[in-house]
Design a protein around this ligand. Structure first.
Ligand code: HEM
Length: 208
């Protein structure tokens, strides 16, 4: 029985990694077969920015999902989800700086002021770097109680990333606004007063 549980746990873990890497695998496949539209750089930007954001929102939703639905198993995946978000954000960043701007710092500086949404993206990425670096158990030990405090930066990262997305999108902003709404909900579900009210409501509903 325990052998069965162990293997199903392993299978879920494999599936999780395959799922998280799927956008990258499909991207590499399309790159290999020259399937990246007429503007490949923009296509890569779009196809790496979205997974990065989805994964960041997923990190933020783990605590509310655990508290509300008791899905404690999700905690095992939090670090990996965060690191995958960092991977996609790093590709997104490197493609912009390297492929789009050829590492030309002057051109980049000029462009950043012409496209202020890039500043928000850059800030989001910069806040993500220390979180990725300190995500290992070794850093949890080194930082002790400050680790939790440092990792609260994720709230800022997600807010900046959603702001960047809303600003980057040129026409239909329904999807970015939906992301903003989900993030707002995830943040609200962390406010102690809101969770207390939810618990009271749940109690009343159960005792009916
Ligand atoms: C945590 C970091 C970041 C996240 C989550 C993120 C996410 C996104 C998302 C979701 C989009 C819109 C994709 C779409 O329209 O479907 C986007 C677009 C864009 N991002 Fe980021 N981004 C991040 C950091 C950065 C950084 C560091 C840069 C550059 C220095 C950058 C530059 C851009 C550009 C130029 C676009 C517009 C692409 C286009 O429409 O041509 N982003 N990003």
């Amino acid at each position: 029985m325990s052998k069965l549980n162990f293997s199903s746990d392993k299978l879920v873990r494999y599936l999780f990694h395959v799922l998280a890497l799927m956008p990258l695998i499909i991207l590499l496949w399309d790159l290999q077969f020259d399937n990246l539209t007429a503007n490949p750089i923009q296509n890569i930007m779009l196809r790496t920015g979205k997974p990065a954001l989805v994964l960041l929102v997923a990190v933020l939703s783990i605590t509310p999902l655990r508290k509300i639905f008791g899905l404690n198993v999700l905690i095992k995946y939090r670090r990996s989800i965060g690191l995958y978000a960092f991977l996609y954000a790093s590709i997104h960043f490197m493609v912009f700086v390297g492929l789009d701007y050829g590492f030309d710092i002057d051109l980049l500086r000029y462009s950043v002021f012409k496209k202020p949404y890039v500043i928000l993206g850059l800030l989001a990425y910069l806040t993500l770097v220390p979180l990725a670096i300190t995500s290992s158990s070794k850093w949890i030990r080194i930082l002790g109680k400050y680790w939790k405090w440092l990792h609260k930066i994720i709230y800022l990262t997600v807010i900046l990333a959603v702001g960047h997305y809303i600003w980057a999108v040129k026409s239909d902003i329904r999807q970015p606004l939906l992301f903003a709404l989900v993030v707002l909900l995830m943040l609200l579900l962390r406010v102690p007063l809101v969770t207390r009210v939810l618990h009271v409501l749940e109690h009343r509903w159960r005792s009916k």
